[in-house]
Design a protein around this ligand. Structure first.
Ligand SMILES: NC(=O)c1ccc[n+]([C@@H]2O[C@H](COP(=O)([O-])OP(=O)(O)OC[C@H]3O[C@@H](n4cnc5c(N)ncnc54)[C@H](O)[C@@H]3O)[C@@H](O)[C@H]2O)c1
Length: 255
């Protein structure tokens, strides 16, 4: 292991946006812990990263479970060294109107999209504070900044992620740790987008190509474009930025 190689954890890195973030960080020289509940996805991405000369470790975990997220950080530290960067990317979506949204679905959304962010931050922060150095990026969503019918529960989780980002950033700024969020718009080539497309039909939601027509840049985003924003936020180029929730939406959302 190279002594000066920095170490990143990316949750939900076994597929989609998380996979693209893991690749981007490996390219920037990070050793990457690929943390995912899906063992096949995590192992495949870690293997691909190692083959492209990166250093990577697959860690199978359910980040919505506190003990599991703490074990994940412990194993990542043991395998790769002290953690410099955490990307809380793992997430799920469930559609439906709030008026009759199921309690089980509501709790599962908050468990995976919100509890996990808190637990993983709590697990990495002691090490970062001791080093007086660290960076956390939470993947929220433009949906966390607006009310959209049938996305109400998901939007509430992402609004919570933005709020956690703001408070935590102020709590740990003096300890050398920066905390920011990226708010993706509509991102193609992901299982989440396919699920929304498939299940959205029942609620009369627009298709991907119909949505593209209302995006000022005229197309859906790519996972790599979210990864680029993460790479910027964790770099020295963003050394004066903390507590921010950056939109990467092709102009779809401006606030
Ligand atoms: N795709 C989009 O259009 C879009 C838009 C805005 C925000 N986002 C956000 O980006 C993030 C990534 O989304 P994506 O589109 O790549 O989704 P995806 O479904 O393609 O990938 C999510 C990954 O997270 C993993 N995961 C799910 N639950 C987990 C758990 N409990 N513990 C560990 N890993 C778990 C899955 O196994 C999967 O590998 C999510 O937080 C999502 O809310 C996505």
């Amino acid at each position: 292991m190279s002594k000066d190689r920095q170490v990143a954890i990316v949750t939900g890195a076994g597929a989609g946006i998380g996979r693209a973030i893991a690749y981007r960080l490996a390219k920037a020289g990070y050793a990457v812990a690929v943390a995912d509940v899906d063992a096949n996805g995590a192992n495949r991405v870690a293997q691909e990263l190692r083959e492209s000369a990166g250093q990577a470790e697959a860690i199978i975990c359910d980040v919505g479970n506190k003990a599991d997220s703490f074990r994940m950080v412990e194993e990542a530290t043991e395998a790769l060294g002290q953690i410099h960067l955490l990307v809380n990317n793992a997430g799920i979506v469930q559609l439906g109107p709030l008026a009759n949204f199921s309690e089980d679905d509501w709790r599962e959304l908050f468990r995976v999209n919100v509890d996990a962010v808190l637990f993983c931050c709590q697990a990495v922060l002691p090490g970062m504070v001791t080093q007086r150095r660290g960076s956390i990026v939470n993947i929220a969503s433009w949906n966390g900044k607006l009310g959209a019918p049938n996305f109400g529960a998901y939007s509430a989780t992402k609004a919570a992620v933005i709020s956690i980002t703001q408070t935590l950033a102020r709590e740990v700024a003096a300890m050398g740790v920066r905390v920011n969020a990226v708010c993706p718009g509509i991102i193609a080539e992901t299982a989440m987008r396919e699920k929304v497309q498939r299940e959205g039909q029942a609620y009369g939601l627009p298709t991907a190509s119909e949505r593209a027509k209302i995006i000022p840049l005229g197309r859906l985003g790519k996972p790599e474009e979210i990864a680029s924003a993460v790479a910027f936020l964790v770099s020295e180029e963003a050394s004066y930025m903390t507590g921010q929730s950056i939109n990467v939406t092709g102009g779809l959302w401006l606030h």
